[in-house]
Design a protein around this ligand. Structure first.
Ligand SMILES: [Zn+2]
Length: 189
């Protein structure tokens, strides 16, 4: 059971983050998966769109812990598996930001230096912006993802971000395009 998972009525609910876990992990540099101290490198388990805006709602993990969860987590392994928002315990809050309510189909383990910063999302929540990505490893169905799978996930996800950027005006759209091209450079040939 990953360190962040809430235990509800004696059973771990993998959809729910334990109260205060995000704050504790971020502030004390604890691995999101095992809870031990992080080292010089941070590994973020994210969807492809998080590579576009370098933003994650979940704190980082050790490289090995991140790769393990990208291979073993049922939600990340089975792209057909939808998020299950029904019957969430009362009091469960969204972490903040605009989460894309879709299964990206591809899980990315993005490795960075310790350079990251929490910021407010403007509506009471907070997210983490991570720095330069030094390595990107892609997974789908519990194995290494193919280029086609990665590109398919990018092209469906970017349309959602483009719709959001459009409401913010042309500058936001241009900035998004720059970020998108930077992210595509991390896709294997
Ligand atoms: Zn760990």
């Amino acid at each position: 059971v990953p360190w962040f998972v809430a235990v509800i009525d004696g059973k771990p609910d993998f959809r729910v983050t334990r109260n205060g876990a995000r704050e504790e992990a971020y502030r004390f540099a604890k691995c999101w998966i095992c809870g031990d101290k992080l080292g010089a490198h941070l590994a973020w388990v994210v969807g492809p769109m998080c590579l576009v805006n370098h933003t994650s709602s979940e704190p980082p993990s050790h490289q090995d812990c991140a790769e393990y969860s990208a291979i073993a987590c049922p939600f990340l392994v089975n792209p057909q598996q939808q998020r299950r928002p029904y019957a969430l315990p009362s009091g469960v809050q969204s972490p903040g930001g605009v989460a894309l309510d879709r299964n990206p189909g591809v899980a990315l383990v993005a490795t960075t230096t310790r350079d990251c910063k929490a910021f407010g999302d403007g509506s009471g929540g907070w997210l983490i912006r991570f720095g330069v990505v030094t390595q990107a490893k892609w997974f789908a169905h519990g194995r290494v993802a193919t280029r086609d799978e990665i590109i398919a996930s990018f092209t469906s996800g970017i349309e959602i971000l483009r719709d959001l950027a459009r409401t913010d005006g042309p500058e936001a759209e241009e900035e998004l395009q720059r970020q998108y091209e930077r992210a595509l450079e991390m896709v294997p040939a």
